[in-house]
Design a protein. Structure first.
Length: 202
């Protein structure tokens, strides 16, 4: 009878990961500990070890509030760690929570942002415990990067969300948030944010 293969413990220790995540419950905590989190993931030496790390982080991740969970994700993306962010085993309910946090609640718009069909989105609503595809998480990284930048320019998440949901002449008198259904729309919002950042009205 063959021996059952055991998965090696990560060199850092999963207890360390749990403690590290608990420190990331505020903006200051996230900024101070993000590099350690990135180092933790990069220290994994094989796929099995990496899988254990991400699964354990996902469990620890859900012990902190929704706003900070999204902030950790967006900070990973902002500092060029997209390959780590997309490996977090998000489930569909997590993605829906993130969009709800940013007042993006129209099914059609969420489908467009994630580049999935309306039919697929309906399945998401029915079965929320399944993991999200890498492609959808990559689209979510675009959204996270945009939200992070907008929050910095406007000074708060709430003010940026309000701006996204107000009619704007630069967007043919529609709301900027409706532009998030295409990559071009993301780029247009980013260009408009650059104008605002340099003091031009937008």
């Amino acid at each position: 009878m063959s021996k059952r293969r055991t998965i090696p413990e990560p060199r850092f220790g999963l207890v360390d990961l749990d403690q590290l995540t608990k420190k990331m419950t505020s903006d200051e905590g996230i900024e101070e500990n993000l590099n350690d989190l990135v180092f933790f993931f990069r220290s994994c030496t094989n796929r099995n070890e990496e899988h254990r790390c991400y699964e354990s982080f996902y469990d620890a991740f859900h012990k902190i509030n929704l706003d900070n969970r999204f902030r950790i994700f967006s900070r990973l993306v902002y500092f060029g760690n997209e390959e780590i962010a997309v490996k977090i085993p998000f489930q569909r309910r997590d993605i829906m929570d993130f969009f709800h946090c940013y007042k993006v609640d129209k099914p059609h718009l969420i489908s467009e942002i994630l580049n999935i069909t309306d039919r697929t989105f309906r399945r998401w609503s029915e079965i929320q415990s399944s993991e999200v595809s890498s492609e959808s998480k990559e689209r979510l990284t675009l959204f996270a990067k945009l939200m992070d930048r907008g929050e910095k320019i406007f000074g708060s998440k709430e003010d940026f969300v309000d701006w996204l949901n107000e009619e704007n002449h630069n967007f043919d008198n529609t709301t900027p948030i409706k532009s998030l259904d295409t990559i071009f729309g993301f780029e247009k919002i980013n260009r408009t944010l650059s104008q605002i950042e340099y003091g031009f009205p937008a």
